[in-house]
Design a protein around this ligand. Structure first.
Ligand SMILES: Nc1ncnc2c1ncn2[C@@H]1O[C@H](COP(=O)(O)OP(=O)(O)OP(=O)(O)O)[C@@H](O)[C@H]1O
Ligand SMILES: [Mg+2]
Length: 260
C-alpha cells in the first residue's frame, strides 16, 4: 500500500500549495527555471532529480529561505512569496531540512521544544510525538549528537510535527541511512498523513519516491523534465527525465512537438 491515498481525486479540488513560474538564482546561477507545481490536500508529492537539480532550492524557496527572482508561492489561497520563514511556519509550511540540522548539543526534548516555538494550534504535541516514538521519551534527555542517523532523522521529523504543519516538506529523508531504516521512516507516513497533513518531499531514491508518492515531479538542472502520477509514467521516461537522456521528453499529446 502506498502512503498516498488521495492523489488521484485530489486534483479536482483547490491546491493547498501552488508554485507558479518560480525562478531562483544563486548569484549568477539560475538554479530554478520557471518551475510550477500544485500540491493538493492530503497528497504526497515527490520531487526527484539528481544532485544539483535544484530540489533543495525549491523546498527552501517555498519555506522562505531563498527569495525568487520571479514567480509566486501561494499557500491556501494566500500569496506568501514575500513572507518571512517564521510567518510561513506559523501558517503551516514546515520543513525537515536536508541533513536534519538538529542542535547536536541540545537534548532530544530541547530540539522538540525548538520545533514547538513557532507552532500552530493542532494535533501534534511533544507528548504525541513520544506516543508515536516511545524510545524518544526514554531518551529525551540524551544529546541528539549521540543518536544514530536514523534516530536523528526521526527527531527531526518530530521537531517538524510539533510545529503542526499543514504541508510538511521533507528533504531527502533517506540520505545516508540504511535501507531498513529508510523503510521504517517512510513507514510512518500513513500515520502522519492520517492527522490531515500534506507532504511535499524530495527524494533521490526514485523507486522510494514512486512507492510513496501520489505524484512525482522530476527536476534536471533547474528545469521540469517530467510530472505525473507514478502509474502513468514508464521507468524509461523517469530514467530519461532524471539523467537528461536524449529521449527525455515525456509523452506529449498527439500532434504536439516537432515533426520527425
Ligand atoms: N546557497 C547557495 N549558493 C550558491 N549556489 C547554491 C546554493 N545552494 C545551492 N546552490 C547551487 O544550486 C544548484 C542547485 O542546488 P540544490 O542544493 O538545490 O540541488 P539539489 O537538487 O538539492 O541537490 P542534492 O541532491 O545534491 O541535494 C547547485 O548547482 C548548487 O551548487
Ligand atoms: Mg538537496
Amino acid at each position: 500500500m502506498t502512503a498516498a491515498g488521495n492523489g488521484a481525486q485530489a486534483e479536482s479540488g483547490t491546491p493547498l500549495l501552488e508554485v507558479t513560474d518560480l525562478v531562483v538564482h544563486h548569484g549568477q546561477l539560475r538554479a530554478l527555471n520557471e518551475i510550477s507545481l500544485q500540491v493538493f490536500p492530503g497528497e504526497v508529492y515527490a520531487i526527484i532529480g539528481a544532485n544539483g537539480a535544484g530540489k533543495s532550492t525549491l523546498l527552501r524557496t517555498i519555506a522562505g529561505l531563498h527569495h525568487p527572482t520571479t514567480g509566486s508561492v501561494i499557500f491556501d489561497g494566500t500569496d506568501v512569496t514575500r513572507l518571512r520563514p517564521e510567518r510561513r511556519a506559523t501558517q503551516g509550511i514546515v520543513m525537515v531540512p536536508e541533513g536534519r540540522r538538529l542542535f547536536g548539543s541540545l537534548s532530544v526534548e530541547e530540539n522538540l521544544q525548538v520545533g514547538a516555538s513557532y507552532a500552530r494550534q493542532g494535533p501534534w504535541t511533544i507528548e504525541r510525538v513520544y506516543e508515536m516514538f516511545s524510545w524518544m521519551r526514554e531518551r529525551r534527555n540524551q544529546l541528539t549528537a549521540q543518536l544514530s542517523g536514523g534516530e536523528q532523522q526521526t527527531v527531526a521529523i518530530g521537531r517538524a510535527l510539533v510545529a503542526n504543519p499543514r504541508v510538511l516538506m521533507l528533504d531527502e529523508l533517506s540520505l545516508g541511512l540504511a535501507p531498513v531504516v529508510v523503510q521504517r521512516i517512510y513507514g510512518m507516513l500513513p500515520q502522519i498523513l492520517g492527522t490531515g497533513l500534506t507532504v511535499l518531499l524530495v527524494e533521490q531514491d526514485v523507486s522510494q519516491a514512486l512507492r510513496v508518492a501520489s505524484r512525482i515531479h522530476c527536476l534536471l538542472e533547474g528545469r521540469t523534465t517530467l510530472e505525473g502520477q507514478p502509474a502513468d509514467v514508464t521507468a524509461d521516461q523517469v530514467e530519461a527525465a532524471y539523467f537528461g537522456l536524449a529521449d527525455a521528453t515525456p509523452a506529449s499529446p498527439p500532434g504536439e512537438g516537432s515533426e520527425p
